[in-house]
Design a protein around this ligand. Structure first.
Ligand code: NAD
Length: 331
């Protein structure tokens, strides 16, 4: 499986939206990549272009049950383990909350054990959801968050918080070199049309000429990071030799309301779709904006791609995937 002297990365969740872009970025930097995915929310379509890539291997497995030995081979090296495996959109992670929580906790433990046995660096894709409905704005890594521990989002929010805890426990014990990225809303090509969040909803609905759904009054804010910027941040974070004080926020600090985002999409698609309003889901955060001062300082990282350029390429991708988008309408 591992050939030559190239660096080898395990990407759990590599068939998903972010994971498949991470596989591409690592392959472009001459890594060998072992993707581990259960295809729960990931798609084979995202990896189709890698079918004949000799430096790419796919292992179909659920990380909850993953044994490190299944990945580790005699003499095979692994330099980096990236854990992106977890459904990320609320309708998907709430569909089977027990599985989501166990993916975060048991799955992360299995991958930490793999990293420990291989002597590899470990990166956890955590989330801005660990800040819950924040009382501090913007959110810096030093903020401990305002999470409802028993609500319908808790399987994800608390699952990721527990995964962070476990990762830092391994790090404190000197067992694994750990990096934790707190990822804020990210968008781009390969998002699922039924993702259920504002960017994919607005783009697919605008392209189909359907009414665009906004939850609540649309005044809640989000900050949207284009996928290429985010992946660059993850690669830098895994690579840095800096001694980090803890988790690192990765996201785009440009904040706008959900209604403004929908209007930009209507403008850029030239759609005639009207906007329809639906009730706000439980525990939906009012405001979300990352403080990325720490990522700037330790990684020299900040987003380069503006909203208009990012939306244009996302819209172009969804337009090309339209037959598929039409078959799976957002909830
Ligand atoms: P995604 O749903 O597209 O990808 C997740 C991948 O993990 C899928 O391929 C899925 O099949 C796989 N997976 C899920 N549970 C698994 C399990 N138990 N075993 C093996 N594979 C499993 O989501 P995404 O948007 O690409 O998110 C990737 C990671 O980034 C997630 O961990 C998510 O929490 C985090 N994140 C994403 C965002 C975002 O805006 N997209 C924001 C914050 C955090």
């Amino acid at each position: 499986m591992t050939k030559g002297k190239r660096k080898v990365a395990v990407v759990a969740g590599g068939a998903g939206f972010l994971g498949s872009h991470l596989c591409d970025a690592l392959l472009a930097e001459s890594w060998e990549v072992i993707c581990v995915d259960s295809f729960r929310t990931g798609r084979r379509l995202n990896l189709r272009h890698l079918e004949r890539e000799p430096r790419f291997d796919l292992i179909e497995a659920d990380i909850i049950e993953l044994r490190p030995g299944r990945i580790l081979r005699e003499g095979g090296r692994i330099d980096a383990v990236f854990n992106l495996a977890c459904a990320a959109s609320p309708p998907h992670y709430q569909a089977d909350p027990e599985h989501t929580l166990l993916t975060c906790v048991l799955g992360t433990r299995n991958l930490l054990q793999l990293a420990e046995r291989a002597g590899a660096g470990f990166l956890l894709a955590s989330t801005s959801e660990v800040y819950g409905d924040p009382e501090v704005h913007p959110q810096a890594e030093t903020y401990w968050g305002n999470v409802n521990p028993t609500g319908p989002r808790a399987c994800y929010d608390e699952g990721k918080r527990a995964a962070e805890t476990l990762a830092f426990d391994y790090a404190r014990a000197g067992r694994v070199r750990v990096r934790v990225a707190r990822i804020f809303n990210t968008y781009g090509p390969r998002m699922r049309p039924d993702d259920g969040r504002i960017v994919s909803n607005a783009v697919t609905q605008a392209l189909a000429g359907d009414p665009i759904t906004i939850y609540g009054d649309g005044s809640q804010t989000r900050s949207f990071c284009y996928v290429d910027d985010l992946i660059d941040g993850l690669v830098r974070l895994q690579a840095t030799e800096a001694s980090l004080r803890g988790a690192v926020n990765l996201g785009n600090p440009e904040e706008l309301t959900v209604a403004e985002l929908a209007e930009r999409v209507v403008e850029l698609t030239g759609s005639a779709s009207p906007i329809v309003w639906r009730p706000l889901p439980v525990d939906d955060p009012r405001r979300r904006r990352p403080d990325i001062g720490y990522a700037r300082q330790v990684l020299g990282w900040w987003p380069r791609i503006g909203l208009e350029a990012g939306l244009r390429s996302t819209i172009a991708w969804f337009a090309q995937e339209r037959h598929w988008a039409a078959a799976v309408r957002p909830p």
